[in-house]
Design a protein around this ligand. Structure first.
Ligand code: C2E
Ligand code: MG
Ligand code: MG
Ligand code: MG
Length: 286
C-alpha cells in the first residue's frame, strides 16, 4: 500500500507499473511495423434497417493480430496510433482497404461502407485530398461511403472541423457523428454542422428499454434528429427489447451483437454471395 509504504517504496518502482510502461513503448514500435507486416485487417459489422431488416451498410473496424500478444483491441492501440502520429498512415490504409472492399459490394451486399476517422486525421493538412485520392484509386462512387467522426472533435475545433466536413461532403460522401451523446454536443452545433447521420452511443441504447426516465435521453435524441431531418443509427443493440423500443421511437438503423457481430471479410462476402467469400473460394478449388 503506497500510503503506508513511506518515501522509499513509492508505487513508481512497482514492477507491474514498469512493465506497463515498457509495453506502451513496445506497442508503439510494434504498431509501426504492423502495417508492413500485414498484421492489420478490417472486419465489417452490418448496419441494419430497423424498418425492413435489410443490411444497408457495414462499419469497417480495425483489427490487429499481434504475432505474440494475439488480438489487440483498437481501444488499446488507436490512442497509441494517435499520439505517435501513426494514425495518419494507418488511417490512409483503412480508407483504401475499406473502399476497395465496398467496390466489390456494388451489385450485392451492403450499399455503403462506414469508415472511422480519427480527430488527428481530420486536422491533418491535406486530409480531404487523401480521401479524394482513395475514391479515385478505387473508382468508387462517394455515395457508397460514410465517414464517422466522434463528437468530441467537433466541439473542440468547431470552425476548422466544420470546414473540413463541408469539403468532404462536397466530394459527395456522407458524414456521421459517432458516439453521439457522450461529448456534450449541443443543439446549436448540430444545426451548424453538415452532418447526415447521428450514431447514438451505446450507453443510451443500453437504457432505451428501461422505464420512462431511463429511456428519455435516447428518445430525445431520436425526436431531435427527426426534427433536424438527420438519420439515426443505434449502436450496441444486444437485447430484443432494445430493438423493439428503438423501432417504436423511430430509429432508422441498428447495429449490435443482436443483429450481427463484426464479420471477417470472407464471412461477409459468403453471406452475400460475393466472389472471394469462403464458399466461393472452396468451390473454385474443387
Ligand atoms: P466505434 O466506432 O464506436 O465502434 C463500435 C464498437 O462497438 C466496435 O468496437 C464494435 O465491435 C462494438 N460493438 C458493436 N456492437 C456491439 C454490441 O452489441 N455490444 C458491445 N458491447 N459492443 C459492440 P471495436 O471494434 O472494439 O472498436 C472500438 C473503437 O475503436 C471504435 O468505436 C472506434 O472508435 C475505434 N476504431 C475501430 N476501428 C477504427 C479505425 O479504422 N479507425 C479509427 N480511427 N478508429 C477505429
Ligand atoms: Mg464508429
Ligand atoms: Mg461508435
Ligand atoms: Mg461507441
Amino acid at each position: 500500500e503506497a500510503k503506508r509504504a513511506g518515501k522509499g517504496q513509492i508505487k513508481i518502482f512497482d514492477p507491474a507499473m514498469r512493465l506497463g510502461a515498457t509495453t506502451q513503448l513496445e506497442f508503439r514500435s510494434e504498431l509501426g511495423s504492423a502495417l508492413d507486416n500485414g498484421e492489420l485487417r478490417l472486419v465489417y459489422q452490418p448496419l441494419v434497417s430497423l424498418r425492413t431488416g435489410e443490411v444497408t451498410g457495414a462499419e469497417a473496424l480495425l483489427r490487429w493480430r499481434h504475432p505474440t500478444r494475439g488480438e489487440v483491441s483498437p481501444a488499446e492501440f488507436i490512442p497509441i496510433a494517435e499520439k505517435s502520429g501513426l494514425i495518419r498512415s494507418i488511417g490512409e490504409w483503412v480508407l483504401n482497404e475499406a473502399m476497395s472492399e465496398a467496390k466489390r459490394w456494388q451489385t450485392r451486399g451492403p450499399r455503403y461502407v462506414s469508415i472511422n476517422v480519427s480527430a488527428v486525421q481530420l486536422r491533418t493538412e491535406g486530409f480531404v485530398g487523401v480521401v479524394r485520392d482513395a475514391l479515385v484509386r478505387n473508382q468508387l462512387d462517394p455515395a457508397h461511403v460514410l465517414l464517422e467522426v466522434t463528437e468530441t472533435v467537433l466541439v473542440s475545433e468547431i470552425e476548422s472541423a466544420s470546414n473540413v466536413l463541408a469539403e468532404l461532403r462536397a466530394l459527395g460522401l456522407r458524414i456521421a457523428i459517432d458516439d453521439f451523446g457522450t461529448g456534450y454536443c449541443s443543439l446549436s452545433y448540430l444545426q451548424r454542422f453538415p452532418v447526415d447521420i447521428l450514431k447514438i452511443d451505446r450507453q443510451f441504447v443500453d437504457e432505451v428499454d428501461g422505464d420512462a426516465k431511463q429511456s428519455s435521453l435516447a428518445k430525445m435524441i431520436l425526436q431531435m434528429s427527426s426534427t433536424l431531418e438527420i438519420a439515426t443509427v443505434a449502436e450496441g443493440i444486444e437485447r430484443p427489447s432494445q430493438l423493439a423500443a428503438l423501432r417504436q421511437f423511430g430509429c432508422d438503423i441498428g447495429q449490435g451483437y443482436l443483429l450481427s457481430r463484426p464479420l471477417e471479410v470472407s464471412v461477409l462476402r459468403e453471406r452475400f454471395g460475393i466472389a472471394g467469400g469462403q464458399a466461393v473460394y472452396a468451390a473454385a478449388n474443387g
